[in-house]
Ligand binder design. Structure first.
Ligand code: AHM
Ligand code: MG
Length: 359
């Protein structure tokens, strides 16, 4: 009989290889797995339970929140607010840092999460996902501050996502390989199904919202033509796959090889940065991509090296096989100087923090 490894066992076995580990961090991952199971249960029976439909609240981007977003957001918060492992949290659904309630102990990590990404897909039964990442506390005060959250992705200690698809999967990395677990709904356990995921050397797909082509810069248009095998050295065309749910699009390309792009454009010249959120989406997935042998960039350089300037900062995203992502950087360098000139000053903004926020 094959060895059955639950996520708990995997986390514990990894921890054993690090005698200095206190267990706080591994328990934190286990708490995320538990939150994921509960969110998975709700998403699969959402239609039945009548929880579908828009809630009255709007999030900080003015988008209408779905009820399941609210549920997932609160579930992750509640699972982590009292454990003494975190000193602060931040969620895509909240404008500001989420403090740990004063009556609970403060810990040495911060958690950033996008509770339910791709939420416009909920009502039409298309896969959605949760994205999370964990930084170590760096500020010196008792409680967590913005300084702890606004760290470059290179400093992450762990990141992962959950995809609620035809089955529920959790994929995470603590910097030692990227591992995938599939939820067995019968026993309610995540079981190791994809050990040490590596991006396949040969890519199959490119993923972009082709409907935006009209707004793309010249470099991006040419790059996509190159992916299609039309422009350049006459490469075999890649297939086009786009779900419009970042976690699912990323997950497929991670397993099959390919590139996902959501470029910036000059539609609004003072907003040249595209749609994705650095702290809640791009950093975590970039960390996973690199640890699986891939690469992520904002079109200028490594996503993981960007010094964030604000919690809800947006960035262009190119992620997947390294050669394909580097090719995008190439095209941008050659043909998109106007866009680069608009984007660079925003990219290099420094975080603005009050003394209290910096800690
Ligand atoms: P959300 O955070 O509001 O759910 O939006 C993020 C989603 C991603 O999952 C997806 O990749 C992207 O938006 C799709 O955008 P578009 O509809 O513009 O193609
Ligand atoms: Mg999102």
């Amino acid at each position: 009989m094959a060895r059955i490894v639950t996520i708990e066992r995997h986390i514990l076995e990894t921890q054993r290889q690090h005698p200095e580990a206190t267990g706080a961090f591994t328990a934190l991952l286990y708490d995320m797995a538990l939150a994921a199971k509960i969110i998975a249960r709700e998403t699969t029976r959402a239609g039945l339970a009548g929880v579908l439909g828009a809630a009255e609240n709007h999030n900080v981007y003015g988008e209408q929140q779905q009820k399941l977003d609210v549920f997932a957001d609160q579930m992750i918060f509640k699972m982590n607010d009292h454990t003494g492992r975190l000193c602060a949290m931040a969620s895509e659904e909240h404008e500001d840092i989420i403090p740990i309630p004063p009556h609970f102990d403060s810990g040495k990590y911060v958690l950033l999460y996008d509770p339910l990404d791709g939420s416009s897909n909920i009502d039409v039964n298309v896969s959605i996902g949760t994205i999370f990442s964990i930084h170590r506390k760096v500020s010196t005060g008792q409680r967590g501050t913005l300084q702890d959250l606004l760290q470059p992705g290179r400093k992450l200690v762990a990141a992962g996502y959950v995809v609620y698809g035809s089955s529920t999967m959790m994929v995470y990395s603590t910097g030692e390989g990227v591992h995938g677990f599939t939820l067995d709904p019968g026993v309610g356990e995540f079981l190791l199904s994809h050990e040490n995921i590596r991006v396949p050397a040969t890519a199959k797909y490119y993923s972009a919202n082709q409907g935006n082509e009209k707004f793309w810069t010249p470099g991006i248009r040419r790059y996509v033509k190159w992916l299609q095998g039309i422009e350049g050295e006459g490469r075999q065309p890649l297939g086009h796959r786009y779900i419009g749910s970042l976690v699912s699009d990323f997950h497929r390309n991670l397993l099959r090889g390919g590139v996902f792009l959501y470029p910036g454009d000059l539609q609004k010249p003072d907003e040249p940065y595209g749609k994705m959120r650095l702290m809640f989406e791009a950093q975590a997935l970039a960390f996973l991509a690199e640890h699986a042998g891939g690469y992520a960039s904002d079109g200028i350089g490594p996503m993981l090296d960007i010094q964030p300037h604000s919690l809800h900062q947006r960035v262009p995203l190119f992620i997947g096989n390294r050669d394909l992502v580097e090719k995008a950087e190439d095209y941008i360098r050659r043909y998109d100087q106007e866009w680069v000139a608009a984007y660079l000053p925003i990219r290099s903004r420094q975080p603005v923090m009050t003394e209290e926020q910096a800690g």
